[in-house]
Design a protein around this ligand. Sequence first.
Ligand code: SF4
Length: 208
Amino acid sequence: MLERLDQCRRCPRLAKHLQALREHYPEHHNAPVGSWGSTRPRLLIVGLAPGLHGANRTGRAFVGDASGRTLFEALYQAGWATSSDPHAARLVGARITNVVKCLPPENRPNTAELRTCASWLAQELDAFLPPRRRTPRTVLCLGTVAYQSMRNALGLPTARFAHAAAEEVDDSTWLYASYHPSRQNVNTGRLTLEMLVHVLNRVRDATT
Ligand code: SF4
């Protein structure tokens, strides 16, 4: 029988971490978090991993914490979501996921965990990029680790991360990069709402 994502315990350190969190935060999701959003997406947004009080609490990637609030404000302004409130929003032509599906301690998955979880990411990528697709599709990676992981999943060589970098992977696939909308990046001004909206507008133009 095929293993289900919500039952995956392949990473011992992360499984142990989630087990401990079940005692501290019994109301939290505390389990792997997969992709969610449109069933016919043109855009796949990929972050790093669930946040403690974000996806790890709500069970939905980028719902419940500061990163999600910034992301959904930008998605709404660029027309990819029906609301700037992550709890109320429906994604329009987009899905959201993370490269690592379980919350890592200190938000840092190790190399082995990135490699192990890559099979779940590959499944999501296969569903997002069916062989005969009529419309172009874009993967938008938030942050360096997501960007390099996705390059690996797409069979591309490692490349230097740059905000707003865009690459045509093939005739119908684009790869975009943005700084992660983390509280730190937003508070330091590394990423502004306008910068993220700009990237999302460019993605929309590339996929229509
Ligand atoms: S991080 Fe991924 S591979 Fe590791 S236990 Fe969680 S779902 Fe499984």
